[in-house]
Design a protein around this ligand. Structure first.
Ligand SMILES: Cc1cc2nc3c(=O)[nH]c(=O)nc-3n(C[C@H](O)[C@H](O)[C@H](O)COP(=O)(O)OP(=O)(O)OC[C@H]3O[C@@H](n4cnc5c(N)ncnc54)[C@H](O)[C@@H]3O)c2cc1C
Length: 396
């Protein structure tokens, strides 16, 4: 180990992945996570393209495969639950797939990554950074607990509402771009037989979905187009009341899913947003994963971006031998085209996800049916493919 010390804020996906790759470069790191323990909840996430390649290089694929969520693909249904069209997971391969074969619960992946690093990484739970002072010899960090320490570098891997980004780069309103929709999700403990399909039911501007999980539970997703109503990110009770207004009487399993949202202490609702920044570093502070370049859940690329970003950032820090400015600049140069490609939304963007009218809803069902056929399948796969956006460097 060399004398370099890196403080990573956030023990989600990007944080522990960075700690792993830094360790492989002989660089010591400390992770600070604001939650009192590992956050094992969350939705199913896909591992695709280059993300899967990095996961293979980390040696975690056997454990990932043990915990895979077996999902047949996406199925559009109507208000009675009748199938309208399907997009099977094996219809596409690689980054071009709207649904992939490697689905894993985010909590499972978080745990696998944590297990990988806990032996060699100091992990502080239940604390967070409250002040950063970037100096010639390092960054002086103050924590909520009152602790103060100095690190050579600080990396914000603390998600879309990054605290490090606010402290070092400015308020989140400068960087977080609201795409015009809200997405809430909660666990349904007894969803009955789902036949391994990710079921999705839309009415104009609204969507209800139910996605099977490992272990028999399911994740409900409730999404709606922005109606101009102010949603307070921290006021969960008012969010749940709003869901009742938006989804009451919608049909299918709406009453059951609303009841599940009411009962879930881990219920989460947020805007569907992207993070756009001109640079991901400022002095000795850098951003990684959703904190620097969240592409929104619509792209399905967040996990892969976090893993690939961690691999590249650590690799460049190792290669630069202490010249962090050179490393940060190379990190940006390598990652920028991949991030740009990954920010591209699926056809129609938010309107494709939440069509505003019945005609558009019918068109979406038709195009899903057409995707089973060549050349439509090839065309869509090419449009969505991000795997060749960058050549993954070898860092030794
Ligand atoms: C509904 C939904 C569906 C999704 N589906 C997919 C998908 O299918 N495929 C895909 O690839 N991605 C998907 N994503 C995105 C994916 O979950 C994220 O892109 C990915 O988790 C990003 O990893 P991260 O480590 O950058 O951030 P996170 O996983 O958000 O981790 C950030 C961590 O930082 C902690 N933290 C936050 N603030 C602070 C602070 N101030 N101090 C210390 N710690 C802090 C948090 O508690 C958390 O543990 C989805 C996201 C959502 C919301």
């Amino acid at each position: 180990m060399n004398e370099y010390s890196v403080l990573i804020s956030g023990a989600g996906i990007a944080g522990p992945a960075l700690a792993h790759w830094l360790h492989r470069q002989g660089i010591r790191s400390t992770i600070v996570e604001q939650a009192p323990d590992l956050r094992l909840g969350g939705q199913a996430v896909d591992l695709r393209g280059l993300g899967e390649v990095v996961a293979q290089r980390m040696g975690i694929m056997p454990r990932v495969r043990e915990r895979i969520v077996h999902e047949k693909g996406l199925r559009y249904i109507d208000r009675t639950g009748r199938e309208l069209a399907t997009m099977p997971a094996d219809l596409f391969v690689g980054d071009g797939s709207p649904v992939t074969e490697i689905e894993i619960m985010k909590g499972d992946l978080t745990e696998i990554l944590h297990d990988l690093v806990e032996e060699h990484t100091e992990i502080i739970f239940g604390d967070r950074i409250t002040a950063l002072s970037d100096g010639v010899d390092g960054v002086a960090v103050t924590f909520l607990s009152g602790l103060t320490r100095t690190f050579d570098l600080v990396v914000g891997a603390d998600g879309i509402h990054s605290g490090v980004r606010s402290l070092a780069f400015g308020p989140e309103s400068q960087f977080v771009v609201h795409l015009g929709a809200y997405l809430g999700y909660c666990t349904v403990w007894d969803a009955g037989p789902l036949d391994s399909w990710f079921d999705m039911y839309n009415e104009p501007g609204r969507m209800l979905a139910l996605r099977p999980e490992r272990g028999g539970t399911a994740k409900a997703m409730l999404a709606f187009a922005d109606t101009g109503v102010d949603v307070d990110r921290r006021d969960v009770a008012s969010q749940k009341r709003l869901l009742h207004e938006v989804f009451a009487g919608m049909g299918w399993r709406s009453e059951e899913l609303l009841a599940a949202a009411d009962a879930d202490d881990d219920f989460h609702l947020d805007t569907v947003s992207q993070v756009h920044m001109e640079g991901w570093s400022c002095g000795r502070v850098a951003l990684l994963g959703d904190a620097g370049y969240c592409g929104s859940p619509l792209t399905g690329m967040g996990t892969s971006l976090a893993l690939v970003g961690a691999y590249v950032l650590a690799g460049e820090l190792g290669r630069a031998q202490g010249d962090h400015a050179a490393a940060f600049s190379r990190y940006e140069k390598v990652m920028r085209p991949y991030v740009a490609a990954s920010h591209t939304l699926p056809p129609g963007g938010v309107n494709g996800f939440l069509p505003k009218g019945r005609f558009m809803l019918r068109m979406r069902v038709l195009s899903a049916r057409m995707m089973h056929h060549w050349p439509m399948r090839q065309l869509v796969a090419r449009l969505l493919d991000k795997s060749d956006a960058i050549a993954l460097p070898e860092y030794g």
